[in-house]
Design a protein around this ligand. Sequence first.
Ligand SMILES: *[C@@H]1O[C@H](CO)[C@@H](O)[C@H](O)[C@H]1NC(C)=O
Ligand SMILES: *[C@@H]1O[C@H](CO)[C@@H](O)[C@H](O)[C@H]1NC(C)=O
Ligand SMILES: *[C@@H]1O[C@H](CO)[C@@H](O)[C@H](O)[C@H]1NC(C)=O
Ligand SMILES: *[C@@H]1O[C@H](CO)[C@@H](O)[C@H](O)[C@H]1NC(C)=O
Ligand SMILES: *[C@@H]1O[C@H](CO)[C@@H](O)[C@H](O)[C@H]1NC(C)=O
Ligand SMILES: *[C@@H]1O[C@H](CO)[C@@H](O)[C@H](O)[C@H]1NC(C)=O
Ligand SMILES: *[C@@H]1O[C@H](CO)[C@@H](O)[C@H](O)[C@H]1NC(C)=O
Ligand SMILES: *[C@@H]1O[C@H](CO)[C@@H](O)[C@H](O)[C@H]1NC(C)=O
Ligand SMILES: *[C@@H]1O[C@H](CO)[C@@H](O)[C@H](O)[C@H]1NC(C)=O
Ligand SMILES: CC(=O)N[C@H]1CO[C@H](CO)[C@@H](O)[C@@H]1O
Length: 769
Amino acid sequence: MLPLFSLLLHLSHLSLSPAAATNITIPGCPATCGNLTVPYPFGIGINSGCSIGPWFDISCNTSFDPPKAFLPADLFSYTGNTSFHRVEVVDISDEHVRVKNTVAFKCFNQTGGLVRNQTSGLVVQNSYFTLSERNKVFAIGCDDYAFASPVSGIEGKNFTSGCVSVCSGAQDVTVGSCSGMGCCATSLPTGLTTYVADVFTIFSHIEVWSFDKCGYAFLGEESAFSFQGPSDFLDPDFSIRTAETVPVVLNWVIGSHSCRDYQNTSDYHCQANSDCVDFDGGNGGYRCSCKSGYLGNPYLSPGCHDIDECADPKTNPCNGTCTNLPGTFNCSCLHGFEGDGRKDGSGCTARSSKSPALKLSLGMGIGFLSIFIAMGWLYFSHQRRKVVKLREKFFLKNGGMLLKQQFGSIESGGVNRLNKIFTTEELEKATKNFSNTMILGRGGYGTVYKGVLIDGTIVAIKKSRVMDESQIEQFINEVVILTQINHRNVVKLLGCCLETEVPLLVYECVSNGTLFHHIHANDSPTWLSWDNRLRIAVESAGALAYLHSATSKPIIHRDVKSANILLDENLVTKISDFGASRLIPLDQKQVTTLVQGTIGYLDPEYFHTSQLTDKSDVYSFGVVLLELLTGKKPLCMDRDQAQRNLATYFLVSLRENNLFQILDPRVVREGSLEQLEAIASLVKRCLSMNGYDRPTMKEVAMELDGLRKLIKQPWINQPGSEYGLSRIHEGEQSDLYNVSTNPYVDSMEASSLYSSDQIHSFYPVDEPR
Ligand SMILES: *[C@@H]1O[C@H](CO)[C@@H](O)[C@H](O)[C@H]1NC(C)=O
Ligand SMILES: *[C@@H]1O[C@H](CO)[C@@H](O)[C@H](O)[C@H]1NC(C)=O
Ligand SMILES: *[C@@H]1O[C@H](CO)[C@@H](O)[C@H](O)[C@H]1NC(C)=O
Ligand SMILES: *[C@@H]1O[C@H](CO)[C@@H](O)[C@H](O)[C@H]1NC(C)=O
Ligand SMILES: *[C@@H]1O[C@H](CO)[C@@H](O)[C@H](O)[C@H]1NC(C)=O
Ligand SMILES: *[C@@H]1O[C@H](CO)[C@@H](O)[C@H](O)[C@H]1NC(C)=O
Ligand SMILES: *[C@@H]1O[C@H](CO)[C@@H](O)[C@H](O)[C@H]1NC(C)=O
Ligand SMILES: *[C@@H]1O[C@H](CO)[C@@H](O)[C@H](O)[C@H]1NC(C)=O
Ligand SMILES: *[C@@H]1O[C@H](CO)[C@@H](O)[C@H](O)[C@H]1NC(C)=O
Ligand SMILES: CC(=O)N[C@H]1CO[C@H](CO)[C@@H](O)[C@@H]1O
């Protein structure tokens, strides 16, 4: 009878409790708008007193069926520059508001004419909503790239997040994968309140038009979107469907300061039995949350109510007497029984009398203790064996045997500068267990730590990103080749460690920062003189030429940029970061790869065709030369539209005979006219649209070396310097200034608009740097 009664009570309680828990709004306020539940601090109606403040007023428009809910007008989305919309709410949860999306697109006709276009964006003009990290920027299409950037003048942050999606046929596209073939996705910085997303095309879809007529860009909840492959390209309603099904997620908070700032003020809204939780470290407002063991709406008086745990024996099993306590419960065994009643089953056992021989129980106790210790020891040694096994597994998975063989064979061949396979312990010790304080830098390919080996050598240790098995052999080849390279201008690989899940590479430490830093950073130690610049150019070109030709299999660096050129304490050049490099089999002139590189340096021909040749490095090196000549970044959003992309800016300047306007004045002062003209001509050839027209790296190195030996003729002291300048402006130019109309210039202008030097890699840009 008793159990039945308690069961009945329990059932009635269950059916009552939702009613009690429906205290989700202020009494008398509606709780739903159509299908949407609107809990306090949100409230339905403008100035109806149902919400915590006007910014949480939800207007419910019942002229729709079902009714639609909208956020206040200081939060709006837009498509195009004239069409603003109130933002429709589709879900409100404890931490997030999900709102209806908009999708940017551009559609083309067969000849590349733009037939439809739209941008997409969202603006929040209060401090209570921010874009959640659950969102990503997506680009869909086979000839497209997308960017999301803040609405200038409203957002306090500067950023551009973007990614590129290219493919040459529908068969290249992987359904469900946004890795850059047909679909790409990238994350955003946190704390944003505005964005504009737009999509751009590289070749107006002319070559992919048969299966893909439009490019799309949008920002939305990552887990809500699943890429359907080519069928998404053919779906004329893709943008509408996606806007309906992939919401934008916003974080919401109360107030704009931390819990501390509000405590004991009238703006503190956390009620009884709830905790105040700072958002974004206290800089972005707060939220309230019921204490554990309590339920309800923490913002509404009288606060969160205790959960009756005993009413729910399924989640809180108790074989005994269950007593509900505030925030918890007590489960005690019935009289005559003892043990932990909370345990399911025989948690309570018959109480044993204390009289039986103490010795026996003591003896048994000791017996159990020793068994316990023995088992513990067995367990730990088993764990340890497991770790060792795991390491062996990783070692094999990471190609350890292959590498040992390779090392062995080379060693017997007499090359004896081969290095070590480090153990995990050594490297953990060297980096203080990969402590964050030892991080030297983060790149698209992994994290670089500073390490101090036992013998005191300072090294740089690179922890790659997780790689898949198919890359292993490639990786091993690369390690083997890199250990064979002995060039004073290439950073030395000292060894590697294969026992961890991802291989670790150990390099010599180059202490004086990157060339990029020396050229562009405001806190750069000293101005790099023209002599140094030219020497660094010669050294880099020589090292790249060596990689292209001197080793047994050509190595293409693939990511030549000033940030990958390190300088040591004597400003000697060391080329680094072979994370993207590829070996080219000798019988092939080119290989097809996923396009990878850095925007601003990336060879347009490679970008379009995915055909990688050594000439791609030549293009990128041309851009590095330009940085040395001009002191300008390859991409800079602060510059005028036409000047954002340095390569384009340079080619246009040449065409318009304005070369000397773009050069760094200090370079002009220190270099000779002859040198500068010759280098500009060399850069022009390096930047040729067609790889065949570019010189080889060897030719570049030789030409630069020759120029370096030219006797320096500083302009400033040169009698004819005035003549030199005016001659150029009057256009009595050499062949150098007759830049033929370069088809690339126009397409680059379009793309340069939206690129950002912050973007590192074309494939998912995870952390905008
Ligand atoms: C729900 O609201 C009513 C009216 O304010 C109040 O009496 C009741 O205690 C509340 N219930 C809960 C569970 O908070
Ligand atoms: C509700 O929506 C209809 C149709 O879009 C619109 O005409 C009307 O003005 C809206 N009403 C309110 C109160 O916003
Ligand atoms: C409410 O949502 C359900 C599914 O989530 C849907 O089937 C139903 O049509 C919706 N009702 C209204 C009135 O929108
Ligand atoms: C919208 O953009 C076009 C060109 O991009 C411009 O001509 C027009 O003035 C803009 N309209 C508004 C209202 O800003
Ligand atoms: C494509 O669009 C362009 C510009 O809108 C137009 O000039 C051209 O005639 C169109 N071509 C076709 C085949 O429709
Ligand atoms: C952001 O850009 C604006 C102009 O584009 C500039 O004035 C401002 O200083 C930049 N802010 C930061 C933090 O870089
Ligand atoms: C708020 O008031 C309580 C009690 O009145 C006090 O203990 C606490 O220190 C106060 N907190 C702040 C931040 O002033
Ligand atoms: C739980 O209940 C038992 C029996 O009533 C009591 O002895 C014990 O102190 C209680 N434990 C707690 C934590 O309240
Ligand atoms: C609860 O404990 C009693 C002994 O106290 C035992 O006989 C009974 O089987 C247990 N019930 C369950 C469901 O395990
Ligand atoms: C790039 C481009 O052509 N954008 C156009 C998209 O459509 C709007 C009007 O809806 C034009 O103003 C833009 O110029």
